[in-house]
Design a protein around this ligand. Structure first.
Ligand code: NI
Length: 147
């Protein structure tokens, strides 16, 4: 495992759309393991592969003591609305309020390619949306509420 560099918001790569993972191989496992180490080293709660410069649809997050690895995640259902503050390892000290769904259901694959579904509310829903946005080139600062 290794800590990789987290790229910052001025980097155009963060604006690209990440590609679907088709090969569930050793390289993917290595990427995910490195993402965990990188996230914890930087005191983050979630990280998308694009933030370490890899345009693959992979995210990791540790929310409510639940460690989640999601490959090719897709929001299949969402409801409600919640406004809370967010930050991002790629956006320095910027924090701001963002409107997100209260509840989301996400379908994804694990590192071996097995499909699963997860439903999260409030903070977990927020993190899922924030990280999935990264895979589509969107940063939370794009959606921040104007003061
Ligand atoms: Ni982020």
């Amino acid at each position: 495992m290794a800590v990789r560099e987290v790229i910052q918001k001025s980097d155009d790569l963060l604006r690209k759309t990440s590609k679907e993972v088709k090969n569930f191989d050793k390289k993917l496992e290595e990427l995910i393991d490195d993402m965990w180490e990188t996230m914890y080293t930087n005191d983050g709660m979630g990280l998308a592969a694009v933030q370490v410069g890899i345009l693959k649809r992979v995210i990791v997050m540790d929310v409510n003591n639940m460690k989640l690895e999601l490959v090719n995640p897709e929001i299949i259902n969402q409801s409600g609305c919640d406004i809370e503050e967010e930050g991002c390892l790629s956006c320095g000290k910027i924090r701001g309020k963002v409107k997100r769904p209260m509840v989301v259901t996400v379908r994804a694959q694990d590192r071996y390619g097995y499909h699963f579904q997860i439903t999260g509310e409030k903070y977990l829903a927020r993190c899922l949306c924030h990280e999935i946005d990264h895979l589509n080139g969107i940063l939370f600062i794009d959606k921040m509420e104007k003061e």
